[in-house]
Design a protein around this ligand. Structure first.
Ligand SMILES: NC(=O)c1ccc[n+]([C@@H]2O[C@H](COP(=O)([O-])OP(=O)(O)OC[C@H]3O[C@@H](n4cnc5c(N)ncnc54)[C@H](OP(=O)(O)O)[C@@H]3O)[C@@H](O)[C@H]2O)c1
Length: 238
């Protein structure tokens, strides 16, 4: 029997990049994957890939900067699926490189709404289902930028430092219910994220599937084991 048979897994930012790779991996492990992002066409493509491989997936489009839309998403999951075993808060954005004093307040707000408020609102919407089940995994995709200075991307770094603090704190709130809350902090990944003209070698970067492999090891742990944080670096500096 596949290890995640009969489990429900929701992945944000599942339309491409890391989120799509995580969704495909969770689907291959037997979970019914709920795919969310804004681009319905790309989400449908990921769903078709999961279904063509014999898995189960449902597309639930949502703009994560809209609190009401996240609340509706949570109600839909509760009504139609009655559970949520795995939540992967993966969606994230960066701003064009610029010193902080040149960042517009509305760009700061959009970035924080996506990278930090949305994980909070997703946990608010779905943790009650996990508490009722007395089990669950919440995986927040952070970044090494959440542990280091990142000049010219201070807002992005601040959002990921914040996401780490949220993760460590919520982990302590929820572990009494057998819910494991974990942060994965990767370095450069070969996706369309951020500044594609950075000049880094894409072949030396982490690949989205590398992050998906870490997610697999987290959601298939023995019940008494709690991987609470994973740092990932490309072996060779890209
Ligand atoms: N790539 C890297 O080098 C790197 C390194 C460390 C950490 N990370 C982190 O890894 C995560 C995934 O990054 P990635 O490289 O896969 O990026 P990506 O290829 O740009 O994908 C981002 C995903 O987030 C979704 N998204 C963005 N804004 C959204 C919104 N308002 N509502 C709903 N969905 C939204 C996008 O879908 P739609 O546009 O269709 O909504 C897309 O599916 C992010 O949290 C990022 O910070 C990336």
């Amino acid at each position: 029997m596949p290890p995640l048979q009969s489990q429900i897994a929701l992945v944000t930012g599942a339309a491409r990049g890391v989120g799509a790779a995580i969704a495909l991996r969770l689907g291959s492990l037997g979970a019914h994957v709920l795919l969310t992002a804004r681009d319905t066409e790309r989400l449908n493509d990921v769903r078709d890939q999961i279904q063509n491989a014999g898995g189960h997936a449902t597309v639930l489009p949502c703009d994560l900067t809209d609190p009401a839309a996240i609340a509706r998403l949570g109600e839909q999951v509760s009504r139609d699926f009655h559970r949520c075993d795995i939540l992967v808060n993966n969606a994230g954005i960066a701003l064009p490189s610029a010193p902080l004093h040149e960042v517009a307040p509305e760009d700061w707000d959009r970035l924080f709404a996506t990278n930090l408020r949305a994980p909070y609102l997703m946990i608010r919407a779905l943790a009650p289902l996990m508490i009722a089940a007395r089990s669950g995994h919440i995986i927040n995709i952070s970044s090494l930028a959440g542990r280091n200075p990142l000049p010219n991307n201070a807002a992005y770094a601040a959002s990921k430092w914040g996401l780490n603090g949220l993760t460590y704190s919520v982990a302590e709130e929820l572990r009494q219910y057998n819910i494991r809350v974990c942060a994965i902090a990767p370095g450069s990944i070969n996706t369309k994220f951020g500044d594609p003209s950075s000049g880094k070698d894409p072949n030396k970067k982490l690949q989205p599937e590398d992050v998906a492999a870490v997610v697999e090891s987290i959601v298939t742990q023995a019940p008494q084991s709690f991987i609470s944080e994973v740092l990932m670096r490309p072996t060779q500096k890209p």
